[in-house]
Design a protein around this ligand. Structure first.
Ligand code: PNW
Length: 442
C-alpha cells in the first residue's frame, strides 16, 4: 500500500526519473557516439548483448510518455540531456539535439510538469573518451562549456538543475570495478576520475552561477555498507567501502575534504596538487539529490586495497539481487543532515526496484509494497527533522539497464520492446490513486 498523499506536505514534490541513454534511442537525431555506444558494442560487456541505440524510442514517443507522467498525477519529471546528442564530438553543437530537449521541456510545461534537469547521466562523447575521458583534467572545462550550452537553451524553463548523476558510478564503478563504460579496472584511473568528476561539478556550478542559473545541485548515490560478519577484517572492509561510496563525494562538495580511509588507497594516485582544487569543488549548492536502492555486505578479502569483497546478504532481494532495506533510506537522510548538509534541501531523486518480465506484464504488487515502504522511510526521516522536498520514482518506463541490458524492469509502465507499446502497471495505478491523477493512462 502507498501512504496517503496527506502524509506529506502539500508542496512535497512527487515525480518520476529517467535518463537519456536508457530510453531515448541514441541512433536518432544527429547524436554522436557516446562511450556507452562504444562500450556496449564491445563483446561481453552487456548481459544480453543489447545497447541503447533504440531503447524505448522515447525520442519519437515522448508526448505519450509525458502524458503517462501527468496522468498518474505526478507534478515533476527528472530527465537528462545527452552530451553526445547535444555535442556529437564533444565540442560542436548539434542544433537538432538541442531542439529535441527544447520541445521536451515545453511539453512538460504544457502538462504542468516541473522539469528537473540532469546534465550528465553518462553519455560522454566518444571523442572525449578517446582523449582520456574522466581521467583527463580537461574534462572539467569541457563539461562546464557543455552545461553552459544546455543552460542557455533550457535554463529559462527548468525548475532545477543537477550537474551530474552518481559520481560513484561515473568514477568507481566504471574505472575500478569495470562494470560501466569505459570498463577499466585500474586504481590510478579510478582515483583520477574520482577527482576530475568533482572538479567538473565545481567548474560547471561556477559557470552556471555566472550565467544566473538558480536551484543548482548534484545527484549522489548512497548504499549502506555493512560487515558480513563480526571480524575486524569485515568491519574494516565495510568502513573503507563506506568512505569511497558514501563519503568521498559529499565531503568534498561540502568542503569537508576527502575521507582519510579512502585517501589511504587513493592519495598516491590522485593528480599532483589535487588539494588546490578543493575550493573550486566546494561550490555552494542549493539542494542535494539522493539516490538510494540497497545495502551491501562486505567480508574480509585478500587482494590489494580496498581488500574486502561484497557477499550475498540474507534480506529479500529484487530481480537484480539487490537486498531490500527501506530503513537504510531513513538512516542515510538523517546521516546526511547531521554529518554533511544540515538544512540544505534534499530530494530523493531515485528509488525503485527491478522485476523480471512476468506473465501478467501489468501486475507488480511487490513494487507497490517496495515504494510504500520507502515512502514511509522517507517520511520517518522528515519526522526526525530532515528537510526533504521531493521523491522521484526510478523509473517511469522499463528501460536499458546498463550492463544488465533489457532484463531488469524498473518501470511503473511496461514496455514491449518489439511493438514499443506502453502498458501502465498496477504500481502506476497505485500512484494515480494516491496522487489524484484524473485521466486514463495515456
Ligand atoms: C542508478 N551499482 O545506477 C542509475 O542512476 C540509473 O541509471 C539506474 O538505472 C538505476 O540506478 C538502477 O540501477 C546504478 O552497481 C547502477 O551499485 C549501478 C549501481 C548503482 C547505481
Amino acid at each position: 500500500m502507498l501512504p496517503d498523499r496527506q502524509a506529506f506536505p502539500p508542496d512535497f514534490v512527487f515525480g518520476v526519473a529517467t535518463s537519456a541513454y536508457q530510453i531515448e534511442g541514441s541512433g536518432h537525431g544527429g547524436s554522436g557516439p557516446s562511450h556507452w555506444d562504444t562500450f556496449a558494442a564491445t563483446p561481453g560487456t552487456i548481459a544480453d548483448a543489447s545497447n541503447g541505440s533504440l531503447a524505448c524510442d522515447h525520442y519519437h514517443r515522448w508526448p505519450e510518455d509525458l502524458d503517462l507522467i501527468r496522468n498518474a498525477g505526478f507534478s515533476a519529471y527528472r530527465f537528462s540531456t545527452s552530451w553526445a546528442r547535444v555535442m556529437p564530438d564533444g565540442v560542436r553543437v548539434n542544433p537538432e539535439g538541442l531542439d529535441f530537449y527544447d520541445r521536451l521541456v515545453d511539453g512538460m510545461l504544457q502538462r504542468g510538469l516541473a522539469p528537473y534537469l540532469t546534465c550528465y547521466h553518462w553519455e560522454l562523447p566518444a571523442a572525449l573518451a578517446d582523449t582520456g575521458g574522466w581521467q583527463n583534467r580537461d574534462i572539467a572545462a569541457r563539461f562546464a562549456d557543455y552545461c553552459t550550452v544546455i543552460h542557455r537553451k533550457l535554463g529559462d524553463r527548468v525548475a532545477s538543475t543537477a550537474t551530474l548523476n552518481e559520481p560513484w558510478c561515473i568514477a568507481w564503478l566504471s574505472h575500478f570495478l569495470g562494470q560501466h563504460a569505459p570498463g577499466l579496472r585500474d586504481v590510478r584511473a579510478a582515483a583520477r576520475a574520482m577527482h576530475h568528476v568533482l572538479l567538473a561539478h565545481g567548474a560547471a556550478t561556477q559557470a552556471l552561477r555566472s550565467e544566473g542559473a538558480r536551484n543548482l545541485g548534484i545527484v549522489l548515490n548512497f548504499e549502506t555498507a555493512q560487515p558480513a560478519d563480526d571480524s575486524d577484517e569485515a568491519l574494516g572492509a565495510a568502513r573503507v567501502q563506506d568512505a569511497i561510496y558514501n563519503q568521498w563525494f559529499i565531503r568534498a562538495i561540502m568542503g569537508q575534504g576527502y575521507p582519510p580511509l579512502a585517501l589511504e588507497g587513493l592519495a598516491a594516485h590522485l593528480p599532483d596538487d589535487w588539494q588546490a582544487d578543493m575550493g573550486l569543488i566546494a561550490q555552494p549548492i542549493d539542494w542535494l539529490g539522493v539516490n538510494y536502492y540497497t545495502r551491501r555486505l562486505y567480508a574480509a578479502g585478500t587482494g590489494l586495497w580496498p581488500r574486502g569483497s561484497a557477499v550475498d546478504g540474507p534480506l529479500p532481494k529484487t530481480q537484480m539481487g539487490w537486498e531490500i532495506r527501506p530503513e537504510g533510506l531513513t538512516e542515510f537522510l538523517i546521516r546526511l543532515q547531521q554529518d554533511h548538509v544540515g538544512d540544505l534541501p534534499i530530494s530523493v531523486t531515485e528509488n525503485g526496484m527491478s522485476e523480471a518480465a512476468g506473465q501478467d506484464v501489468a501486475a507488480d504488487p511487490r513494487r507497490i509494497a517496495f515504494i510504500g515502504d520507502h515512502l514511509r522511510a522517507a517520511r520517518a526521516a522528515m519526522d526526525r527533522g530532515v528537510n526533504l522536498k521531493g521523491f522521484f520514482y526510478w523509473s517511469l518506463l522499463d528501460n536499458f539497464e546498463w550492463g544488465w541490458g533489457f532484463g531488469p524492469r524498473f518501470g511503473l509502465v511496461h514496455v514491449d520492446y518489439t511493438t514499443m507499446k506502453r502498458t501502465p502497471k498496477t504500481s502506476w495505478h497505485a500512484f494515480r490513486a494516491m496522487l489524484g491523477g484524473k485521466a486514463d493512462p495515456a
